[in-house]
Design a binder for this molecule. Structure first.
Ligand SMILES: *Cc1c(COP(=O)(O)O)cnc(C)c1O
Length: 371
């Protein structure tokens, strides 16, 4: 193979131009690279309370069985999800995180020559899965940092196979109301699969915020995704699910790996679902932490995008990347947003009260420091 070509020419066209998803910097990496101790991470929208104690107990009980393959059909977890959300088990697709479901949707429905519609400043996985399957991304300009559903509707063509909608959206924290979203579902052609990503559903505390799962009976082309990574505190185990018509779930299940959700993740998700008190504690702590952060921004004279999730994006007087670096040197990891087309913003996850406080103090120093 030539030096200029080589292996990359062997990859399918979509993969050749692909940039990998940039994850939040792990604490250990920061401590290793910057020589700091006691760093905090508010960069990946993880639950600062950790998992429910019931999850930890269930994991301990389940650990000796890991020599066995997991239940590939996820019988117990699927049934528990079905009961919890009032749907048939045939309507549930389990995923290795909800990212897995997003990718399954792309692989099942989109290919070369097809179009996939999503919003500017939307979740970074949408362009990646679109490009990986060789489809064309149609990126619709955002409105007030959020999805412009009317414009997204107009962007749908005969070639559109898939629309991704994040409600609320990450990294902006913006959200869509029930009436707006329902109208979109009514008007979009049935042949277009609508993926409604509700990764932060549990945190949202707004009366006009819809539960997309309620609509799967009326819209066979609707796929709602949920995750145990955020409010349930199981990000490290990788488990999420899709809720859809049984026909749509059947297609996703043809594509997914037979054992895509490991046995410990299944057991943990089941236990997490049963501990509503822990979930409530996490949501309460998030509301208080959000208030703490946004009041801190106001005191610093910084504007931010009002968010209903467990994170908030703040606008800075200098490039976000620069402030990100200055925060790293103080042992605080947040998320720069230049790859989201938001070079003046940083996204911070709501942490424990003392973590929020430490971030705000580090931020004050970072923006006060000149050059
Ligand atoms: C975090 C996140 C997900 C889910 O991630 P998983 O850990 O794979 O479940 C999905 N969508 C959005 C918008 C997210 O922010």
């Amino acid at each position: 193979m030539s030096a200029t070509g080589g292996l990359i020419d062997l990859a399918v066209p979509g993969v050749r131009g692909l940039q990998p998803y940039p994850p939040g910097k792990p604490i250990e990496e920061l401590e290793r690279e910057y020589g700091v101790q006691g760093a905090i991470k508010l960069a990946s929208n993880e639950n600062p309370l950790g998992p429910s104690p019931r999850v930890l107990a269930a994991l301990e009980r389940a650990a000796p069985a890991i020599a066995r393959y997991p239940d590939g059909g996820g019988f117990a977890l699927k049934n528990a999800i079905a009961r919890h959300y009032g749907v048939d088990p045939e309507c549930v697709t389990l995923g290795n995180g909800s990212n897995d479901i997003l990718e399954l949707a792309a692989r099942s429905f989109a290919g070369v020559g097809d179009e996939v519609v999503f919003s500017e400043h939307a979740f970074a996985i949408y362009p990646i899965v679109t490009q990986a399957v060789g489809a064309r991304a149609v990126v619709v300009a955002a409105r007030h940092w959020g999805h412009d559903l009317d414009a997204m509707q107009r962007a749908v063509t005969a070639r559109t196979k898939l629309v991704f909608i994040a409600n609320p959206n990450n990294p902006t924290g913006t959200w869509l109301e029930r009436v707006t979203l329902k109208r979109f579902l009514e008007e979009v052609p049935d042949r277009v699969i609508v993926v409604l990503d509700e990764a932060y559903f549990e945190y949202v505390d707004e009366s006009s915020y819809p539960n997309g799962i309620k609509w799967i009976g009326e819209h066979p082309n609707l796929l709602v995704t949920r995750t145990f990574s955020k409010a349930y505190g199981l990000a490290g185990l990788r488990v999420g699910f899709g809720a859809s018509s049984a026909a749509l779930a059947d297609l996703l299940n043809r594509v997914r790996q037979p054992f895509n959700v490991n046995s410990l993740a299944q057991v943990a998700a089941l236990a997490a679902l049963e501990d509503s008190d822990h979930l409530e504690r996490a949501c309460r702590m998030n509301r208080e932490g959000m208030r703490q952060l946004t009041e801190g921004f106001r005191r610093l004279g910084l504007s931010f995008i009002p968010s209903v999730g467990n994170f908030v994006s703040v606008e800075l007087p200098l490039p976000g990347r620069e402030v990100y670096e200055r925060l790293l040197r103080q042992g605080v990891i947040v998320r720069p947003l230049d790859n989201y087309g938001m070079p003046r913003h940083l996204r911070v996850t709501v942490g424990l009260p003392q973590e929020n406080q430490r971030f705000l103090e580090a931020l004050a120093k970072a923006i006060a420091a000149s050059g």
